[in-house]
Ligand binder design. Structure first.
Ligand SMILES: Cc1cc2nc3c(=O)[nH]c(=O)nc-3n(C[C@H](O)[C@H](O)[C@H](O)COP(=O)(O)OP(=O)(O)OC[C@H]3O[C@@H](n4cnc5c(N)ncnc54)[C@H](O)[C@@H]3O)c2cc1C
Length: 302
């Protein structure tokens, strides 16, 4: 970091007031419920404040990242030596128009999807039950059962690394499987989805509502640990290696769905989870010659 810790802390305090937390345990902000601390943790109240934070971090070379609901995230035990900005309830407005739906990045993706389903507006049925935010969903191009965010995303506003607000039409950027390819370091502020009234996809909706049957939702997790390789299911490959139920410390590979790693405690460390990730990758590589790519975002120091 270019400037001293105290200088940066003072600037952050001036911008955020009580919205600044120091050495915040990230276990509180991730669905897996473990993880190190973030040196600076910001809960901004406005887009302008987010832009100022991005500029401050960039000018002082402070590592900076944005999070939503932490449902696809691990912060390693050694913590994040920088600034984590959470877009939470201050960024949760949703407006339903005639053909489109506008949402701020901190809105609940599943909540939005359920609301649209109730209104008979198709497009986001697949997202019922995905526990992330709209911003996280766009960044990850969240999807399930053949549906994905990119299919319905019509527009978004972002803050780029220089702190400038820009409007982007998603076709300008290639969205891939669980990735958005947005410029690195950019912050998604809002997203608009094309969801005109019409017939709901009942099959997808049924599958979304049946997640409990196939996924270990009674435990803490970050959803799927790995993306599915082309034409395959990561869970099937891990199961094929006989790893269901394998436990390291307080983490275990789910018996119900082998692509889920669960925090069952006690005293779970992110290193236990990473060890299971390594073990599964190694076993699948040796058994099938396939290299699994993690879906979960892992940050911080070991
Ligand atoms: C039980 C369970 C089931 C799940 N099922 C699915 C599923 O079916 N399909 C699926 O795709 N995912 C699934 N997930 C994973 C997760 O919910 C999604 O990836 C979700 O979209 C992540 O959103 P988030 O707000 O939690 O993102 P976070 O975990 O907070 O962040 C994930 C990434 O997105 C970035 N990010 C977050 N917000 C922003 C923003 N506003 N601007 C820029 N970058 C941002 C972060 O920097 C990070 O790189 C599941 C997770 C759980 C726990």
């Amino acid at each position: 970091m270019k400037r001293g810790k105290t200088n940066i802390e003072k600037s952050l305090r001036d911008m955020l007031g009580p919205g600044l937390k120091l050495d915040e345990p990230m276990a509180r902000h991730t669905t897996i419920g473990v993880g190190g601390r973030s040196r600076f943790f910001a809960l901004p109240r406005s887009s302008r404040c987010v832009a100022s934070l991005i500029r401050l971090a960039s000018a002082n070379r402070v590592p900076c990242m944005i999070i939503g609901r932490g449902s696809n995230l691990i912060v390693r035990d050694g913590g994040f030596d920088g600034l984590i900005i959470k877009l939470g309830s201050n960024f949760s407005a949703v407006k339903v128009h005639k053909r489109t739906v506008f949402a701020q990045a901190g809105a609940s993706l599943s909540g939005l999807a359920s609301r649209l389903v109730k209104m008979g507006r198709p497009g986001l049925e697949f997202a019922v039950g995905i526990p992330g935010s709209v911003g996280g969903g766009v960044w990850m191009n969240a999807g399930a059962y053949g549906g994905e965010i990119a299919h319905v995303l019509s527009r978004m506003t972002i803050i780029d690394r220089s702190g400038a607000v820009r409007t982007i039409r998603p076709k300008q950027r290639g969205f891939g499987y669980r990735q958005s390819n947005l410029p690195r370091g950019s912050v998604i502020l809002t997203a608009s989805f094309l969801c005109p009234p019409g017939g709901l996809n009942r099959k997808i909706l049924q599958l979304s509502r049946r997640r409990k049957r196939t996924q270990p939702l009674e435990f803490r997790s970050f959803g799927c640990a790995f993306v599915n390789p082309p034409g395959e299911h990561a869970g099937r490959l891990i199961e094929g290696c006989g790893l269901k139920g394998t436990r390291i410390g307080g983490a275990v590979i789910s018996e119900k769905h082998a692509n889920f790693i669960l925090n069952i405690g006690p005293d779970t460390k992110t290193s236990h989870i990473e060890d299971l990730i390594r073990l599964a990758r190694q076993a699948v590589k040796e058994t099938y010659g396939i290299i699994l790519k993690p879906e979960v975002v892992i940050v911080g120091n070991p």
